[in-house]
Design a protein around this ligand. Structure first.
Ligand SMILES: Nc1ncnc2c1ncn2[C@@H]1O[C@H](COP(=O)(O)OP(=O)(O)OP(=O)(O)O)[C@@H](O)[C@H]1O
Ligand SMILES: [Mg+2]
Length: 688
């Protein structure tokens, strides 16, 4: 069986393929063009169409077309249904790569079973998950993915070969959907390319400029006709008119943007855009380059500030170290992008290289097995990788880094962890990758969930005794391997990471929390009449509806005045609790002791954490008796939290009733109840 070696630049907007033939990189033209638009369309017969034709069909029928799917790579929640077929971001990439493969076979006149070895490029700022999914798409498309390399690395390899560089280079790659900035060291003599530092934004590119212009054009039409075009329903247009209008404006926005890179003025002329009030509406407008730069100012600002921040924060290079600035990606044709970059460095960017093909040429050079001296590429980790652990004070979940941003591939590192429960025989390990711009944030929720692994069969021991060594290893292709070992029993597992959805994982994590049985005791004595009761009812409604996680916890509801009413026993049904708020009325005295007695009875059977929350605006009949009763409940392990509103409430009393002075909240009136519930619940969660 014959085999070939190619490079593929799987771009947000365009995909390219290239092969080195006799030492010369040749772009493989796909359907007559060097770029295959990364667009998927499903036609009426459910045929999947990829590329130029899909892009064209998408102008009039955007609803059945998927564009820029790479922006969502590895987003477990993202799915598109077009023309009755459903695709994940990885599946869209697979379809695009299948088309590339079919075209390569045709163009190079290869046998159908030829083995196609490919180096595929990804943004440097992609997470490990996104790299894995890209590789998976390549394999599913029938390619032999020999390596995944970063786009700036590929650009550097191509540029160095052409320009004979031997220095530190700064690569700015602004494509359709992603923005990468990297510093690389090129050593021409040894044909070695070393990544030094990188940063970027996974969601910034030409698409954002198109969107800003799109919104601007839509704004003009809305003002012109006095209609709302934010949705088809609101617009009053037919569905097909609305869809083709959005598709044509989007196309006009991109065309205007591209034209304004060459010219200083552009005329948009869209005849028969839609039918409105008995006539066809034509859209005409003039746009200058200056207009474009003003409309898109927030994007230019974002690009500049990202580069400046990178330079200011990196301790791995100085601006004066940079020998050459290389621009890559179609959006670097925008004159202001180029000018802004040059201003930051006070130096001209290279202008000999082809922005469109640099990345794919580099990928093809790395793929080529016939080179006498193969380029050696040393990539670095774009994000730290670690696991979820409980912070030393036991209050929150934090990221414990095992591999750090900037480490060279391949790399390996280990840390020792332990168990949190007695006789724990299984340890679930939740892996996270540091979020963009959140490298130094501890809180786990700032980071991106990668997946989980589980170490089983640990020798039973008290909590904190076992030594569990967790090792992360990245191989050259960027695949991560996790190894966990119980040092006591020697049980060792090389574990495959199970990918999952961050939200699912969070739900599971919450389920693991210890359940709490809450009893809410609301004072409805005479002094609560009218406004206080209305405000308290509102706050309780929000408490039931939004603040308590009823997947885990339960709540019961008691009102008290001279008499106590057990309105709802402990339940996980928030609607029952909400219904009980319907007919509350105020009157009578303040018999808190009896309400505590009822709550105590209701909690007697519970084996969960027990919490009583008292909301009152007065002092009870018999303070000593109430305090005695509260004391007994606290001794039995019930936590009492008191919220006292208004001047009648004695702070010293509510501090004594509560489990600790910190569990007593004195507020001015019931309008503060909602936020006090929030504060109190947070403290309850923290000190379970
Ligand atoms: N002359 C031009 N002026 C301005 N923008 C341009 C020009 N030519 C192309 N573009 C824009 O460049 C983007 C496509 O660039 P490119 O093909 O490098 O992206 P990509 O590789 O598909 O995306 P990414 O690298 O983000 O995954 C599109 O948004 C396109 O509109
Ligand atoms: Mg690109």
């Amino acid at each position: 069986m014959k085999e070939i070696f190619i490079g593929i630049d799987l771009g947000t907007t365009n995909t390219l393929a290239c092969q080195v033939d006799g030492g010369k990189p040749i772009i493989i033209k796909i359907k007559g063009s060097k770029m295959l638009p990364s667009v998927l369309h499903v036609d009426k017969d459910k045929n999947i169409v990829i590329g130029k034709r899909a892009k064209k069909l998408g102008v009039l029928d955007p609803k059945n077309t998927i564009r820029s799917s790479k922006t969502y790579m590895a987003d477990a929640k993202k799915k598109w249904t077009v023309g009755g077929l459903t695709f994940t971001p990885t599946e869209v990439a697979t379809e695009i790569l299948k088309e590339v493969k079919a075209q390569v076979i045709e163009k190079l006149h290869l046998e159908k079973d030829t083995k196609i070895n490919a180096v595929i490029t990804v943004p440097a700022y992609f997470t490990g998950n996104q790299k894995d999914e890209t590789k998976k798409a390549g394999v599913a498309a029938g390619l032999n993915v020999i390596q995944i390399i970063t786009e700036p690395m590929a650009a550097a390899v191509a540029a160095v070969r052409e320009l004979e560089l031997n220095e530190k280079i700064f690569v700015v790659d602004l494509g359709g959907g992603t923005f990468d900035i990297s510093v690389l060291q090129a050593d021409r003599a040894n044909n070695t390319y070393r990544a030094i530092d990188l940063a970027g934004d996974k969601k910034l590119g030409g698409d954002d400029f198109d969107k800003m212009l799109y919104d601007y054009f839509i704004g003009i039409i809305q003002d012109d006709l006095g209609i709302d075009l934010s949705s088809q329903k609101k617009s009053g247009l037919t569905e097909s008119d609305y869809n083709s209008m959005t598709g044509r404006i989007r196309e006009a926005a991109e065309t205007a943007k591209i034209d304004l890179s060459e010219n200083t003025e552009y005329t948009i002329d869209l005849a028969n855009l839609f039918f409105h009030k008995g006539r066809n509406y034509d859209f005409n407008t003039e746009l200058t380059r200056e207009d474009f730069e003003n409309i898109c100012k927030p994007l230019f600002d974002k690009i500049i500030s990202r580069i400046k921040k990178f330079i200011a924060e990196s301790d791995r290079f100085k601006v004066s170290d940079i020998g050459t600035i290389i621009l890559a990606g179609g959006s670097c044709y925008i004159p202001k992008v180029k000018a802004d970059v040059e201003k930051i460095f006070n130096k001209r960017a290279d202008s000999q290289l082809n922005l469109d093909t640099l990345v794919v040429v580099g990928a093809a050079i790395v793929a080529d097995p016939n080179l006498i001296s193969k380029p050696i590429v040393e990539d670095i980790l774009a994000h730290s990788l670690g696991i979820e652990v409980i912070s030393p004070d036991g209050k929150k979940l934090i990221l414990s880094k095992i591999l750090n941003k900037g480490e060279k591939y391949p790399c390996e590192s280990s840390k020792i962890y332990t168990t949190t429960d007695d006789n724990q025989t299984t340890v679930p390990i939740f892996i996270y990758e540091a979020g963009s711009d959140a490298e130094d944030v501890e809180d786990i929720d700032a980071h991106e969930y990668y997946g989980d692994v589980s170490l089983e069969n640990i020798a039973p021991a008290p909590a904190g005794v076992p030594n569990i060594k967790v090792t992360f290893r990245y191989d050259i292709s960027g695949t991560v391997v996790v190894e966990a070992q119980d040092e006591q029993s020697g049980v060792k597992n090389i574990i495959e990471i199970k990918k999952g959805d961050k939200e699912e994982h969070k739900k599971k994590r919450r389920k693991k929390q210890r359940p709490i049985d809450f009893m809410l005791l609301l004072d409805v004595s005479g002094s609560m009449y009218d406004e206080p009761l209305r405000e308290a009812t509102q706050a309780c409604e929000i408490l039931f509806n939004d603040m308590i996680n009823f997947d885990i916890h339960k709540m019961g509801f008691i009102t008290f005045e001279t008499y106590t009413r057990r309105l709802v026993p402990l339940t996980q049904d928030k609607n029952r609790l909400k219904n009980a708020l319907r007919n509350l009325s105020a009157g009578g005295g303040t018999n808190l002791a009896d309400a505590l007695r009822c709550a105590n009875e209701d909690l007697a059977e519970s084996s969960n954490i027990k919490v009583v929350i008292i909301v009152t605006d007065g002092q009870p009949f018999d303070e000593d008796f109430t305090l005695d009763y509260a004391e007994r409940m606290k001794d039995a392990g019930i936590r009492i939290v008191t919220i006292g509103a208004g001047s009648e409430v004695k702070e010293s009393f509510i501090k004594k009733v509560s489990s600790s002075p910190d569990d007593a909240y004195k507020i001015d009136n019931m309008s503060k109840l909602q936020e006090t519930f929030k504060t109190a619940l947070k403290s309850i969660e923290e000190k379970k």
